[in-house]
Design a protein around this ligand. Structure first.
Ligand SMILES: Nc1nc2c(c(=O)[nH]1)N[C@H]1C(S)=C(S)[C@@H](COP(=O)(O)O)O[C@H]1N2
Ligand SMILES: [Mo]
Length: 257
């Protein structure tokens, strides 16, 4: 397998080198034009990565012996929201995962219902942009199977994940954590909604009761505290329009590893 890092791929293209130079300059206020250049370089990167690796290529899986003895909790460690506190106190019996948007049969799943569905377990490495990694074992429901159950409409293009936590307290609620993936990643076999880590129910720190694992992408895509999944044709109208909490603050939407 050819292994090229995103940086090398970018440097290999004239466009990317320019985008990198801009990206590295703190003095330059990003304007629409530089944003457009950065976004097109990012789309190019995603296409090259998928071309080299294949749409369905699997992220590496590890053995039990590789599981990290400690796995850091990052970002929100406990959602500071009344509704979440209530659900946690009730051991998530009243929690429901809503799936709606561009689907034929909107549905709300209890944790017990999700746990009764066919499950997948995978041992993978989590890479955070902040420069740390950890290997963990995740068990959950493949997202693709769940989407097949509710039936996505032909106009569907993206899947948006709404979380319980506000990472930043704001008056308009724009500090709410959210994420999104396209349908290629949504139906990828390693994309699961995990309710267990290392053989135990998810802890609050790691995203109880349910979190996303989308293994070919960086840590910030792995949305914790899932409340609702919305199938859409565009994520432009959500919050900052970038498709995720960190994307709205400048990170790449396709965070390929
Ligand atoms: N809802 C929510 N999901 C989140 C975050 C967050 O703050 N809130 N942080 C992200 C980041 S940057 C990382 S690295 C991982 C951390 O997951 P962990 O706490 O299980 O290590 O969760 C991601 N998903
Ligand atoms: Mo992260």
């Amino acid at each position: 397998m050819i292994s090229l890092t995103r940086r090398r791929l970018l440097i290999g293209s004239g466009l990317g080198a320019g985008a990198l130079a801009l990206g590295g300059c703190d003095l330059l206020e990003p304007n629409d034009q530089t944003q457009a250049v950065l976004r097109s370089a990012e789309t190019l990167t995603m296409k090259i990565q998928r071309l080299l690796q294949g749409r369905g290529a699997l992220a590496r899986e590890y053995s039990e012996a590789d599981i990290s003895p400690t796995f850091r909790v990052n970002g929100t460690s406990a959602p500071d929201i009344d509704e979440y506190a209530r659900l946690l106190e009730g051991k998530f019996v009243d929690w429901r995962l809503k799936i709606d948007g561009l689907v034929e049969r909107p549905q709300a799943f209890s944790l017990a219902e999700l746990k009764a569905l066919p499950a997948r377990t995978q041992i993978t490495r989590h890479d955070c942009v902040e420069g740390w990694s950890a290997i963990g074992k995740w068990t959950g429901v493949p997202l693709g199977g769940l989407l097949d159950r509710v039936g996505i409409k032909p106009s569907a293009r993206y899947v948006v994940f709404h979380c319980a936590d506000e990472l930043e307290k704001t008056l308009d609620g724009s500090g709410r954590y959210y994420e999104s993936v396209d349908l290629i990643d949504a139906f990828h076999p390693q994309t699961i909604l995990a309710y267990a880590m290392n053989g135990q129910d998810l802890s609050v720190g790691h995203g109880a009761p349910l979190r996303l694992r989308v293994e070919r992408q960086l840590g910030y895509k792995q949305a914790k505290y899932l409340m609702r999944i919305e199938v859409v044709d565009s994520f432009a109208s959500f919050w900052g329009g970038g498709g995720g909490y960190w994307e709205d603050r400048g990170y790449e939407w396709y965070a390929g590893i």
